[in-house]
Design a protein. Sequence first.
Length: 380
Amino acid sequence: MDLSTPPPDLYGRPRADTFFRFLTAFGDRYSPALGSPLLRRNPRRPFSRPTEALQLVVTARRQVAVDVVELTLADPSGGPLPGWQPGAHLRLTLPSGRERHYSLCGDPAGQTDQTGQAGQADQAGPAGRSGYRIAVRLLPDGGGGSAEIHDTLHPGTWLTARRPRNGFAFCAEPAVLFLAGGIGITPLLPMVREARRNGLDWHLVHTGRSADTLPFAAELRALDPARVHLRTDDEHGGPPTGTELLAHAPRGAAVYCCGPAPMLTAVQRALDASPAASLHFERFGAAPVTDGEPFTVRLGADGPELPVPADRSALDVLREARPDLPYSCRQGFCGTCEVRLLAGTPDHRDRRLTPERRADGALLPCVSRAAAGETLVLDL
């Protein structure tokens, strides 16, 4: 016998057992659908375990512009953190319980010190970093998240976060134009470093009200003064037009834009007549409602009815009645504002809920709407 060849089955029998082969195939195919709790999960498939939240501690804080603070977050034990790619963001749970998303603005390929110089990659390699960097502008009229960060997050403060996620991925096209408005530089700064590292034909335009409102200006200039253009409203008599911004684009360039809504609108309108070929963008907040119809939300089966105008979101209306209703991204991808639908036919416009979750009554009021005259009854 050739001992280098394994036998046909565990017991050395020359033929597979036909009955057990059929039974195994039947179980693999049908066991998830059977009613018994013991048979609902295919035993050949591993259990899916929820991802554990990250425990983080603030290790450094500094002012990087007027009303903008930079925070460095690390593992309290000093261990490596999960890796990430340019454009990724963290979903932070603040000490108050508020959840907010902030773009990572460090360098995923290595350390970045406070002078903005990229250093040696840490020993964890590309799969892990020793610290995350975010920058937050204070919004006095916001929902309280930025004020809490500015007022309470100092070195030594602990908080939790979800692992980095990316909804604004950088594709590293050969020619790239980056357009940042104010704090919109945060997701673009790692992309600029990646473009520089890969020898791409890149340019950056960073706009703001005045020089002291532009975060990381010195860090950007140090990357390549010839490719970085800092443009302020006070020196040019007002905000730039879309045509002016896109004039910096190399022929056939991909444009990556992050900034306030008027800036995005101006760039979108001027794109076709520009040298650029494509546009990728990330918004600060919710997109304006352009095709909505007025409908109504009711708080519980016998609760008050709240009219939702055609140009406002259900979340905005709900928060006027329930200011403690949680929210974060306002764009339909984080799930923080999820509520339960009791009755009505919604128009789901989110990018998170599965068909099964929607069928079970999950609804994201930040983007979801209903037909004109429809009433959505919510479990609130």
